[in-house]
Design a protein around this ligand. Structure first.
Ligand code: MRU
Length: 343
């Protein structure tokens, strides 16, 4: 039994798509109504809506409502559609859930145009597809939570990084779904959340979600993870992922690789939880995963000194104890397990 959501990170409204603007959390719950591809692109770029699965869902929903207006204005052509989809796809490069969702939308549009559908018929097909993408992602979260909870021993202390809950997925979450499910099963786990510099998704967002769900947790600064592990205060680490290559290398929020190295050095299992939409088997290894670089203002160094701000890193497959997916738990050798998934 999982706790019902007390907030909606995204929803359809009569005026378009409403997102919870995560840039104001935890201080204020501000909602934004979006009706154009430009506005949704801005929201994704500025991390008002964020997290690998949720940016795919948001882009698809934004495209669907923008298409409704284009249909009204008689402008919903293949050229209009693909240029709006290109704009949304260019917002953030690392999470593969974004092109995964937009490719589904492109296929749906192409099929509708090929069937000589036009105007409202096409925009309705796009709305149906966006809802389908959301349903699929939400369904995969449930399965991840159930599979992952099996890995958790009652009473253990679980460390997690960044934000992988409802705010990141539109469903129960990835790593956070595992944590919520373990809590819901009465396992009395202790949750340690890293702050996740520079944008503090752990301290601001994961802590906010866990507090709302009534799951006890402690936030630590990123630099405290090593000493907690050395003192035997962490039993396992679980994070989400933004893109997983065919060999099992995992791109996730900057700092994930450091946690995996630390876990390995201290003999602590390191797990990644991700849905099938996060796997990119077209890339052989993590070296090919594009890593987003964000602006210096997020780090804000003293004047006269530059900032360097890669937002993600790649954890080699060799450091993973397992990947929890909606199709079950994948164990090393991960390359073979991933190949079996997609065959
Ligand atoms: O830059 P963000 O906040 O979109 O980064 C999000 C993450 O890295 C999450 O860990 C991730 O998307 C994994 S699973 C939902």
């Amino acid at each position: 039994m999982t706790v019902p959501a007390s907030f909606a990170p995204i929803e359809w409204t009569t005026g378009g798509v409403r997102i919870l603007d995560q840039s104001h959390l935890p201080e204020r719950e501000v909602y934004l109504d979006i009706r154009t591809a430009d506005a949704m692109a801005e929201a994704i770029r500025s991390l008002r809506v964020r997290g690998a699965p949720l940016i795919g869902i948001a882009a698809a929903m934004g495209l669907a409502v923008a298409a409704e207006d284009a249909a009204e204005a008689g402008m919903l052509t293949p050229a209009w559609f693909h240029s709006a989809a290109d704009l949304l796809q260019a917002t953030r490069p690392t999470a593969v859930n974004l092109p995964w969702a937009l490719d589904r939308m492109r296929q749906r549009a192409t099929a509708a145009f090929a069937d000589r559908k036009w105007g409202r018929e096409v925009s309705q097909a796009l709305r149906d597809e966006a809802q389908r993408i959301w349903d699929i992602e939400a369904g995969m979260c449930v399965a991840i939570g159930e599979a992952g909870a099996e890995l958790i021993t009652p009473g253990s202390t679980v460390l997690t990084h960044c934000n992988t809950g409802r705010l990141a997925t539109g469903g129960l979450g990835t790593a956070l779904a595992v944590i919520s499910e373990a809590h819901a099963r009465g396992m009395e786990i202790d949750v340690v959340v890293t702050e996740t510099r520079p944008l503090r998704q752990g301290a601001r967002l994961t802590a906010w979600e866990l507090a709302k769900a009534g799951i006890p947790a402690r936030v630590i600064v990123d630099g405290a993870a090593a000493s907690l592990m050395a003192r035997g205060e962490i039993d396992l680490v679980i994070t989400g992922a933004d893109r997983i290559a065919a060999n099992g290398d995992v791109a996730n929020k900057i700092g994930t690789y450091a946690l995996a190295v630390l876990a390995d050095a201290h003999g602590i299992p390191f797990y990644v939880a991700a849905p099938l939409s996060t796997f990119d088997v077209s890339l052989r290894t993590g070296d090919a995963i594009p890593i987003e670089e964000r602006g210096p203002e997020e780090i804000d160094p003293a004047p006269g000194v530059e900032a360097y701000n890669p937002a993600f890193d790649v954890t080699p497959a060799s450091l993973l104890a397992a990947i929890v997916t909606d199709r079950g738990v994948l164990r090393p050798p991960l390359e073979a397990a991933i190949a079996a998934l997609s065959s």
